[in-house]
Design a protein around this ligand. Structure first.
Ligand SMILES: Nc1ncnc2c1ncn2[C@@H]1O[C@H](COP(=O)(O)OP(=O)(O)O)[C@@H](O)[C@H]1O
Ligand SMILES: Cc1ncc(COP(=O)(O)O)c(N)n1
Length: 268
């Protein structure tokens, strides 16, 4: 029987469908990986912001992970929102021994500005989970926190990527340029070389879930055995089309369009 590439997301939810687990599963599906999910927090949120958060007890996160890992092949996984230390401990304990690609989107604040991680958990994340990663994908504010320094230029972004690898032990680091002036350029450092992935900045408010979608797209390609640099290239194309063709749903920062690339493909 043919093996289907399997991708797992460990993250919080978004009932409005643009970010978190929902965005990840849509992205896995679009990129032809079999999607699986472990929920860390149920988040009542929409395009306007976060209304309420209910954290899942760590034991239940452990049970969900056991259910998946005892039965299903996992070819690559990603983490998104992990709001507190006990959750991080469970994830570290269950996942550390697995030798498969791990993409961490170090989610800290939603596009709306709402905090999605407890303050004291940030340092724990850096110390215990960052060294397990194959790739970490911070936006600029997240990278600033992780390295304890301001980032004001592309030079700073490149230095941050190197620091995350050499000082904090990330397998590779992709610093995303969504939150800086100019083109939307992301820098990837894999421990040897620096790569730039660039797209024209799209003038839009539809940026809810961009980080989730991008990291899920990278994870999908990695689950298919595609090398890291090529995986980021495919994901950048996917997220750019998803932002470009966003549907403008909701009253706030709208979701991206997860099937945009498919539509573009049809038109070509
Ligand atoms: N307005 C935009 N136009 C084009 N690409 C964008 C835009 N905003 C963000 N991106 C891209 O979307 C991806 C997610 O980046 P970012 O928005 O920085 O992440 P996050 O959602 O974690 O804050 C990156 O590839 C970034 O360059
Ligand atoms: C459950 C969950 N996880 C992550 C985000 C961040 O979204 P963004 O990709 O816009 O930074 C979110 N809003 N909700």
């Amino acid at each position: 029987m043919k093996h289907i590439p399997c991708a797992l997301t460990i993250a919080g939810t978004d009932p409005s469908g643009g970010a978190g687990i929902q965005a990840d599963l849509k992205t896995f599906q679009e990129l032809k990986s079999y999607g699986m999910s472990v929920i860390t927090s149920v988040v009542a949120q929409n395009t306007t912001g976060v209304q309420a958060v209910q954290d899942i007890p760590p034991d239940m996160i452990a049970s969900q992970l056991e259910s998946v890992l005892s039965d299903m092949p996992v070819d690559a996984y990603k983490t998104g929102m992990i709001s507190n230390i006990p959750m991080m401990e469970v994830i570290e304990q269950k996942m550390a021994a697995l030798r498969i690609p791990y993409v961490m989107d170090p989610v800290m604040v939603a596009t709306s500005g709402d905090a999605l991680i407890e303050r004291e958990a940030r340092a724990f994340l850096r110390k215990h989970l960052v060294p397990l990663t194959s790739l970490i994908t911070p936006n600029i504010p997240e990278a600033e926190f992780l390295i304890d320094k301001g980032i004001d230029s592309t030079q700073d972004m490149k230095s941050a990527a190197k620091e995350l690898v050499h000082t904090y032990g990330a397998g590779a680091a992709l610093i995303k340029g969504g939150h800086i002036e100019g083109d939307a350029t992301d820098f990837l450092y894999d421990g040897h070389d620096m790569y730039a992935f660039s797209a024209e900045r799209i003038h839009t408010t539809s940026t809810h879930g961009t980080g989730c979608t991008y990291s899920a797209a990278i994870t999908a390609s990695l689950s298919q055995g595609i090398p890291l640099v090529e995986s980021v290239k495919i994901a950048k194309k996917f997220i750019t089309a998803a932002i470009q063709h966003a549907s403008g749903l909701g009253e706030g920062n709208g979701p991206t369009n997860h099937w945009a690339l498919r539509e573009e493909g049809v038109k070509q």
